[in-house]
Design a binder for this molecule. Structure first.
Ligand SMILES: [Zn+2]
Length: 407
């Protein structure tokens, strides 16, 4: 349903053990960060400015290919997946959860009516990202609180720009709104920019002011759900030279980045909103309540008036309102962190995210899905963990097998 869907905002705007050591009663394995790079043959696009053939950058994006025996989709009925690793609850951060820094990159296509490469604009773009980070750092209380829900104050997610602002002059893309076209151009200039979650800014207005695709589960070998971005995640935003960059852009950016982290809308009408079926495992009970209200999705829109305790217009970050601060529910935050483990957005997380509290495996489990972890794994005595797919570990991550445990 959600694969390849786009969310729109507007109208305003193997286990491969390289070495191991024996410590007393335990064996410590070290899994190095593994990257699959599989080259796919394809046609070479002939353009005068072509630096890389298209198959090269498509393959670059497809480095997280899923083998046929692995399944990160909803169709995976393995109880270890459906009851634990696919559940948003599993990923709700706690005090020990490290901040996950997502590397982003801003690409500005300049031309008539666009912002230009000036010191002021670069400062404004940095400010825009800083404001967006504020939304993820300082969460306010819900205007429509659900009884029993303990809110979080920090998403533990940040967006790192690190001076990755690039201007592209003299192209006909300055009023283009199609992410795939913009991405393709950037990839040919420097394919390593696809190591970041790319933000594309143009003066294009033929489509809404901002748009972002949802992440997909790790790419299937047949690419059936890879979409035109070949598994990458990015977003488009309209900017123009008349209005420049302002606070509104940071509000929109924070919302769109939510989509990139797998969040849907909490309002209707909408192209793509969260489920209101409370029997659906994806139902956000801490947003809508144990049972959905008479109308589930809010009528929220840009500039709507919030009535505390009512769901007509709320301060939820995915409700479409324009506020100084937003609310993200714990399950929404868990959903974003889930995307950073089992969906494509995970590829942009900086390598230093490491949680000192290990993932303890206390009963037999089989992992027939790809997952990126941010802690060690401890396999308890008498327990077997069967890994059938890639497990991406922190740089210094370890799998610790207690005596009598196995994998
Ligand atoms: Zn949206």
């Amino acid at each position: 349903m959600k694969n390849n869907q786009l969310s729109v905002r507007g109208p305003h705007f193997t286990k491969k053990y390289n070495d191991f050591k024996v410590y007393k009663n335990m064996i410590v394995y070290r899994i190095w960060f593994s990257v699959l790079l599989i080259l796919i043959s394809s046609n070479v696009i002939s353009q005068s400015n072509c630096i890389l053939p298209i198959d090269a950058f498509q393959s670059y994006s497809k480095k997280e290919l899923l083998s046929s025996s692995c399944n990160n989709e909803n169709s995976n009925t393995n109880p270890d997946y459906t009851n634990k690793y696919k559940k948003t609850e599993t990923y709700v951060p706690d005090i020990n959860t490290p901040i996950k820094h997502i590397k982003i990159c801003i690409n500005v296509f300049t031309g008539p009516g666009t912002i230009q490469n000036t010191t002021d604009i670069i400062a404004n773009l940095n400010q825009m990202v800083a404001w967006s980070n504020d939304f993820y750092t300082h969460i306010v209380a819900a205007s429509y609180p659900i009884a029993g829900v303990i809110p979080l104050t920090d998403t533990k997610i940040r967006f790192d720009l690190d001076d990755r602002i690039y201007f592209y002059n003299g192209t006909n893309l300055y009023n283009n709104t199609r992410i795939a076209s913009l991405q393709e151009y950037v990839a040919r200039i420097d394919v390593t920019r696809l190591d970041n979650l790319n933000i594309y800014l143009t003066a294009g207005t033929s489509s809404p002011y901002a748009i972002a695709p949802f992440p997909i589960t790790i790419i299937n070998s047949n690419y059936s759900n890879a979409g035109s971005l070949y598994g990458d995640v990015g977003l488009f935003m309209h900017v123009d030279g008349t209005n420049g960059i302002n606070y509104t852009h940071s509000q929109t950016l924070a919302h769109e980045l939510g989509h990139c982290l797998d969040l849907f809308h909490t309002y209707n009408p909408s192209c793509c909103h969260e489920t209101c079926d409370n029997a659906d495992p994806e139902y956000l009970e801490d947003v809508f309540g144990p049972s959905p209200p008479s109308y589930c999705w809010e009528y929220g829109r840009w500039g709507c008036t919030i009535t505390p305790g009512q769901n007509t217009c709320t301060n939820n970050a995915m409700g479409g309102n324009n506020l100084i601060n937003y609310f993200f529910s714990p399950h929404q935050i868990g959903k974003m962190h889930r995307a950073l483990s089992i969906k494509t957005t995970r590829r942009y997380v900086r390598n230093d995210a490491y949680k000192s509290i290990p993932l303890n495996i206390t009963s037999n489990e089989t992992w027939n899905f790809d997952i990126r972890l941010y802690s060690n794994i401890v396999i308890k005595t008498g327990v077997t963990l069967t890994m059938k797919c890639n497990v991406i570990m922190p740089i210094l991550g370890k799998v610790i097998v207690e005596q009598g445990g196995g994998n």
